[in-house]
Design a protein around this ligand. Structure first.
Ligand code: HPA
Ligand code: ZN
Length: 338
């Protein structure tokens, strides 16, 4: 580890873009397959890892939904999230806002209660064990109809006090934000915050729709906004947070090489960019790996790294006093490591 790597690991940070189903490591996939008597089309953990070569988002999604098939019980969801929180804590994460895709499970006959109760119990455990706070983001699958999203929102009704936000993920191109205008409006009326994946593979127009039609509080990814300078200025001016995922961008060919990743360009343009892991079990690393890899590839300096960590708190859904406390801890850490 370089000095910079050690600095990154200890730097207090929040993770804002993490699909909990995407943290399913092949070892746990095998364990759950055995526990639940589910067949998986792989003979070994190595074979699973070898299958993780993607040329676009859909390639990945096909294998990600197949992997999720081993998740059956409340205990499975608990174990999945507990493993993520332990990894995140080791990377200096003190707050995590995690997405889950209920439709991936309810469409297989798993009760919504099993999914969310397993996640909530792991969240309570993470607070006790690691001192890590967390929030849940219920994500709608955009390749499915808007009515299906309304059904999930209805299912979630008894737990809405424990859900912070809704999100929008899965196959982007061909499923623009406008398709979900009404369900986002309904979620907002229920007091939920709003995020949407936009501009990962989709054009700048999808980022405009996320802003103007969905009225999101945060944009997940947002890379392709860089193609539209007027949009960049607007995002910068409004202080919109972008939850950027460098290793995901590399694995899904959103960038051809990390050496060409736009993270520092985003900061230089005044965008409130953050670094996140997206689907760490599939993309080759957790949040610490993302920071370290992009810092090395782009030659980021400490100030840029610290700015990314500050952005992770100011872009979070934490209350202002908690954000202020975390920002103070960053400054204390920086002063102690000058
Ligand atoms: O990176 C992603 N993009 C879109 N949908 C997703 N669902 C899990 N990960 C992703
Ligand atoms: Zn994502």
């Amino acid at each position: 580890m370089t000095d910079l790597d050690t600095f990154i690991t200890g730097l207090p940070k929040a993770e804002l873009h993490l699909h909990i189903e995407g943290s399913l490591e092949p070892e746990l996939m095998f364990e759950l397959a055995g526990r639940n008597g589910v067949e998986i089309p792989f003979a070994s953990v190595e074979e699973v890892r070898a299958a993780y070569a993607f040329s676009n988002l859909q390639d990945f999604l096909d294998i990600y939904y197949a992997g999720a098939n081993v998740l059956r019980t409340r205990q499975d969801f608990h174990d999945l999230a507990a493993a993520y929180f332990a990894r995140a804590a080791a990377d200096g994460v003190v707050h995590a806002e995690i997405m889950f895709d209920p439709q991936t499970h309810t469409d297989r006959g798993i009760a919504f209660a099993e999914v969310i109760e397993g996640l909530l119990s792991a969240m309570a455990e993470a607070e006790a064990k690691h001192g890590m706070t967390s929030k849940l983001i219920l994500s709608f699958l955009r390749h499915l109809p808007e009515e299906a999203a309304f059904e999930v929102l209805a299912m979630a009704e008894p737990w809405l006090d424990r859900i912070e936000a809704v999100g929008l993920d899965s196959s982007e191109v061909g499923h623009p934000p406008v398709k979900f205008a009404q369900v986002f409006e309904a979620a907002r009326a229920k007091g939920l915050k709003l995020t949407a994946h936009a501009g990962e593979e989709g054009p700048p127009e999808y980022v405009y729709q996320a802003l103007d039609v969905l009225h999101v509080d945060r944009i997940d990814h947002g890379n392709r906004a860089l193609e539209a300078p007027v949009l960049v200025d607007r995002l910068a001016e409004m202080g919109m947070t972008l939850t950027v995922c460098p290793l995901s961008n590399l694995k899904l060919c959103v960038v051809d090489d990390l050496a060409n990743h736009p993270i520092d360009r985003m900061l230089a343009l005044g965008l409130k960019a953050t670094v996140n892991s997206d689907d760490p079990a599939y993309f080759g690393g957790y949040i610490g790996d993302n920071f370290k890899a992009v810092a090395k590839a782009r030659g980021l300096d400490r100030e840029e790294i610290v700015q990314l960590a500050r952005n992770s708190f100011t872009g979070s859904f934490l209350p202002p006093d908690a954000i202020a406390t975390h920002l103070e801890k960053i400054e204390t850490y920086v002063a102690a490591h000058a």
